[in-house]
Write a protein that binds this ligand. Sequence first.
Ligand SMILES: [Ca+2]
Length: 381
Amino acid sequence: MNPFAARTPVLAFLAGFGVLAGVPALPATAATLLPYAPDACVGVGAPNQPDGAPPAEQPYVRHVRPAAVAAAALPLELLSRDPTPLRIANTYDVTTNADTGAGSLRAAIASANTDAAADLITFHIGSGLQTIRPATALPTITQPVVLDATTQPGYAGSPLIEIDGSLMPEANGFLITAGSSTVKGFIINRFRSAGGAGFGILLDVGSTNVIQGNWIGLNAAGTAAAANAGNGIAVFGGSTANLIGGTTAAARNVVSGNGSSGIGIALGNVGGNIVRGNWVGLNATGSGVVPNGGNGIFSDGPNCLIGGTTPGSGNIVSGNVLPGIFIGRDASATIIQGNWVGTDATGTVDLGNQENGINLDQAVLIVFSGSVASRSAAFTT
Ligand SMILES: [Ca+2]
C-alpha cells in the first residue's frame, strides 16, 4: 500500500496541532536567537553539506561524448553529491520512444545496470517533445547512472522527454535503489497505483541522488495536472543525503498535481536530505496552482534542509490540499529557511495552501531562519 496515501487522513487530523498558520515575523535579532548551523544538514554516510557551497553544486564531471554519438553540446556538466567527481564509464543514447529494443530507454537502463560503473544515459529522439509510454515497469535502477534528458535536441529549459505511465495499472516512474544517481530534465506523469506504487520518482535504499529540472505530475505543457497517483518524488528509508532541486532555474523541479504529497520523505532513516529551489503545487510558470493531493513537502527525517540561505534555494509551496510544508515527528534538527509558502513565483500574489502553510508534528529543534532576509514567508488564505 502507499504509506503516504495511508497517512493522509492522519495528516489531516494532525493539522490542528503545532500549527504555524503563517510564520510570524522574526525580530531583527533572529540571527542571534536562531543561529543557522552551517553544518547542520549532515546525512548519514555523507560529507557535511554546508549551506552556501554544497558539494552537490560544486564538483562537476566533464564528460566527452564518444564519437559514436553525434557531436553536440558537450562537455556536459554533471552534478554529483560526492566530492569525488563522478566518473562516467559508458554513455547509452536513447534514440527511440519505443518501449523496447535497441535505442530504447528500457534497453539503456538495462545496459547501465549490467555493472557497477556509473554510466550516462542521453537522449536524441528526433527533436523536441517526445513521449515514452512503458507497457511494463521500467527496470529498477540498481547501479549509479546519470539520466540526463536535457540532452534531447531542442531543449531550452523546459523538459522534452515525457515518461507517461498511463499504459500500466500500477508502476513507479523511476525506482532508484543504486544511489549516487541523477535524474534531470524529465516530465514524469500518469503513473498509477493499484496497491502502493504510483510514485514519479522513488529513491530507496541508496543515498546521495540528485533530482533536478523535472516536471513531475504535470502535463507536458506544464499547465495542468497529469497526476502520478502517489508522491511526485518519494524518499524512503535508507536513502539519505539526496539533493532535490538546486539554486538555479535549471535545477528547479516543478512537482505538482500528484495524488499524494509532492515531495514525501518518510519511513525510517531518511536524514540529511536537501530540498531547495523547487516549485511544489504550482504550474510550470509559477503563475497559478496545480495542487498536490497531500502535502506540498512532507519531511519526516532528521537533519534535513528545506530551502536555505543561498539565493535561489527557497522552495515555493502553494495550493496544496494538505499543509504546504509538513514536518513529521521524526524530523529533528530540520531547517526551514527562505521558502515562500502560499505565493506565486513572484512572491507577491497570495495563492494559499488549502490548509496551513507550515505544520509541525512534535518535531524538535526546527530552525526557521538564520537571518531576517532568509526567513520563510507564508501566506494563508
Ligand atoms: Ca553501470
